[in-house]
Design a protein around this ligand. Structure first.
Ligand SMILES: C[S@@+](CC[C@H](N)C(=O)[O-])C[C@H]1O[C@@H](n2cnc3c(N)ncnc32)[C@H](O)[C@@H]1O
Length: 449
């Protein structure tokens, strides 16, 4: 298997929801399915505390997914519940493993006042179990059809005390924010920014799937003096897209006549028209001597490169328009790339052996296109080597979000590992922990082609 971004579940995968009638099943089967799911979540370490376990054992997930077969409702996967006219999933009951991870990261306690952004009902019911009768849950969604269903299902399942609000999360109504702020906010929709810091109580928790240059990370933060600091391992994830005023702009540009697309979700888009001639030429290949196992995720490297390199973008190729421009084509996931004038470099991998586990051992290589392509590729390769030498052993970086209003205005110069958003400035700090994975010992030729 080729190394690719490691995503355990992609709730955004397209496909129409098939409406099936649940087979007539005894109640005991439902509760058995629920207990089996809990056992799986515990075994995989997604459920780590007794409180979260109890919540999952208690809330009837199938009530919130009445159109799905019971087996689908209790599978460790999303249940799509609403689609856009083009077939995209725009609302779902999220995957249980991710709900468990995020609820664990939210550290809710009895009596807490908590907010869920992106509704459906099931996760809000889990939250209601965690905060208990002395606590309070508000769940908010932009889509009135979703809030209507959530209200109905919550009442049916016995959680009528959850407050359901229809609003765009970009404009959180002040009337829903309790005095002193929420103890925890859980965002269950893909978000590019974090405009909710001021709605948190002092020391409150915020857990959100944050987009950083198109890569998605579920991050647990604590509020400290008006800023958010991450203090849990980052989880690679995917959620349905944000709608409304906080919908993100992919800033996707197409290199004419090539089927190659470049996206600058964070950072200023660069011109791409001039890249077409470069992409028709054979690339240079710069070796990094840094290896990765066939099933080893390397999401952290792409996040590192996104922060380290000016002009960073994500490259993808039309899946059905194989015009042979990039060979080998990037894998399924958009890959890391940088643009330098009329030249471009992109991260690729080359299989070098079967590896100890038979799943393949790969070397990161950088392909350079155009007159300055080799230089650009060397620049990216140096950062791959820097990451290997200094940061690969780190469990994850520390992410800090500060309100943009309190920061110096973002300049035009590239600030390494700083992502300037609309409401916040996000800083990614990489602890120094060298990688233990072996570098290739025989450097061979540094550049080929
Ligand atoms: C994955 S679903 C939420 C799943 C839910 N938390 C559950 O119980 O599993 C994401 C939801 O976010 C909502 N959403 C999208 N953009 C939004 C916005 N700007 N404000 C509030 N909700 C939004 C969508 O309508 C969708 O229902």
């Amino acid at each position: 298997m080729l190394p690719s971004l490691h995503v355990r579940t992609r709730p955004t995968s397209p496909g129409r929801n098939t409406v099936t009638t649940p087979p007539a099943t005894e109640v005991s089967d439902v509760s058995e399915l629920r207990q089996q799911l809990v056992e799986q979540l515990r075994a995989d370490n997604h459920i780590r505390t007794a409180a979260v376990e109890r919540a999952f054992r208690t809330v009837p997930r199938h009530v919130f997914a009445p159109d799905a077969a019971l087996e689908a409702a209790y599978a460790n996967d999303i249940v799509p519940t609403r689609h856009a006219p083009d077939g995209r999933v725009i609302s779902s009951v999220s995957a249980p493993w991710l709900q468990a991870d995020m609820l664990e990261a939210a550290r809710m306690r009895p009596g807490h006042r908590v907010l869920e952004i992106g509704s459906g009902g099931y996760n809000a019911a889990l939250m209601a179990e965690l905060v208990g009768p002395a606590g309070h849950v508000t769940t908010l969604d932009i889509d009135p059809a979703v809030t209507e269903r959530a209200t109905r299902f919550l009442t049916k399942a016995g959680y009528g005390r959850v407050r359901v609000v229809t609003a765009d999360a970009e404009h959180l109504p002040t009337s829903v924010v309790p005095d002193g702020g929420f103890d925890a906010i859980v965002v269950t929709v893909d978000t590019w920014d974090l405009p909710w810091i001021r709605a948190l109580a002092e020391g409150g928790r915020l857990v959100a799937p944050l987009r950083l240059h198109g890569y998605h990370w579920a991050i647990g933060f604590s509020e400290v003096k008006g800023a958010l600091h991450s203090d849990e391992p980052l989880i690679v994830c995917g959620f349905v897209a944000m709608q409304g005023d906080c919908a993100w702009e992919t800033n996707r540009r197409t290199v004419p006549g090539t089927g190659v697309h470049l996206s600058w979700e964070d950072g200023t888009p660069l011109p791409v028209g001039q890249l077409a001639p470069a992409l028709t030429r054979e690339p240079t290949v710069t070796r990094t001597h840094v290896t990765v196992g066939g099933q080893e995720p390397f999401d952290a490297l792409t996040l590192y490169l996104a922060g380290a390199l000016p002009g960073f973008c994500r490259l993808e190729v039309d899946p059905d328009g194989d015009n042979g421009v990039l060979n080998p084509p990037p894998q399924h996931w958009p890959g890391a790339a940088i643009v330098r004038g009329a030249s471009l470099a992109r991260l690729a991998t080359e299989r070098i052996s079967d590896g100890d586990d038979g799943k393949g051992l790969y070397e990161f290589v950088v392909h350079g296109y155009g007159d300055q392509g080799r230089l650009a590729a060397q620049e990216m390769a140096e950062q791959v080597e820097h990451w290997q030498r200094n940061h690969r052993g780190a469990r994850c970086p520390v992410i800090t979000a500060r309100p943009a209003a309190g920061c110096a205005p973002a300049g035009t110069d590239h600030e390494p590992h700083v992502f300037a958003k609309k409401h916040t400035r996000i800083t990614v700090d990489w602890p120094i922990v060298p990688g233990s994975a072996a570098l290739l010992t025989d450097p061979g030729s540094c550049d080929a082609g």
